[in-house]
Design a protein. Structure first.
Length: 254
């Protein structure tokens, strides 16, 4: 469903992504792992259209390469960022509704006059927010101020906001960072639920237990280059991955 073809990103001399070719299959959880600075977030930025790059990006066979950032959501891309962006003084409901923005086509005048168009779209956004909240299990929290929730829930709401645009593919950049063990378990369950909805999950994560548990496929980057790709059990035993990233401790996990 997602295809990267000869993608290279250079930042003033530094090659952050080096001729990367990879594909993410539909309705899978596909993880991108590797040491700090390996180029993982940069790959997500390429897909989102946030950095200049060589090579091409295809989604469902459609060439996204020259599609502007704000339009990519219309093609089915959703994303949550490495640093969680949550509006602490807005309710969970309003935080989720913000993710519907690309569909909110009414203008300021509609808003001021409280037109029919405005209220219909607001209503649709609200219904979608309730549906998403139900999916990720935060419906009872919809009326709470987002800032009062534990960090694990704030991250979940960030993911929920990305789901508001009904993406085909959702990119999650280190969703487990800073989470407690219990929160990580909850996150794992939510990712499975998202996958079961038919949404493809492209995941960057350092928590290897999480990655090994939920990934159908893993791609490993090191210094911007793909050094391995395969099923979790293949990755944990791959000598280059053990050397560059994992160490030996995980080869006994699976
Ligand atoms: N906008 C930028 N300008 C210059 N250099 C950048 C920029 N973004 C990233 N880099 C550099 O590119 C390399 C890859 O960074 P990237 O953030 O993609 O790594 P990462 O694999 O996501 O690392 P981490 O696991 O720490 O999040 C790093 O050396 C980083 O310093
Ligand atoms: Mg990163």
């Amino acid at each position: 469903m997602l295809k990267l073809e000869s993608v290279t990103v250079k930042f003033s001399g530094l090659v952050a992504v080096d001729n990367l070719n990879m594909e993410v299959s539909r309705s899978t959880v596909h993880s991108l792992i590797g040491p700090n600075g390996a180029g993982k977030t940069t790959v997500f930025n390429v897909i989102s259209g946030l950095v200049r790059h060589e090579g091409r990006v295809y989604l469902d066979g459609f060439d996204l390469t020259n599609v502007p950032v704000h339009k990519r959501v219309d093609y089915g891309l959703g994303r949550s960022f490495q640093n969680v962006i949550i509006y602490k003084y807005l309710s969970v409901l309003n935080n989720l509704m913000l993710g519907y923005h690309h569909k909110l086509t009414y203008g300021l005048l509609d808003e001021l006059l409280g037109t029919y168009k405005h209220s219909t779209l607001e209503r649709k956004a609200m219904l979608k927010a309730i549906e998403v909240a139900d999916l990720i299990g935060v419906k009872p929290l919809l009326g709470m101020l987002a800032g009062t929730l534990p960090y694990g829930y704030q991250k979940l709401i960030d993911i929920g906001r990305a789901l508001m645009s009904e993406p085909k593919l959702i990119m999650l950049d280190e969703p487990a960072a800073g989470l407690t063990e219990t929160e990580t378990e909850m996150l794992k369950e939510k990712i499975r639920i998202i996958k079961n909805e038919g949404i493809t999950v492209f995941l960057i994560e350092h928590d290897m237990r999480l990655v090994l548990d939920i990934s159908d496929k893993i791609t490993v980057l090191n210094f911007g280059k793909k050094i391995a790709e395969g099923k979790p059990e293949e990755i944990v035993h791959h000598p280059d991955v053990i050397k560059a990233y994992l160490g030996t401790s995980y080869s006994e996990v699976k």
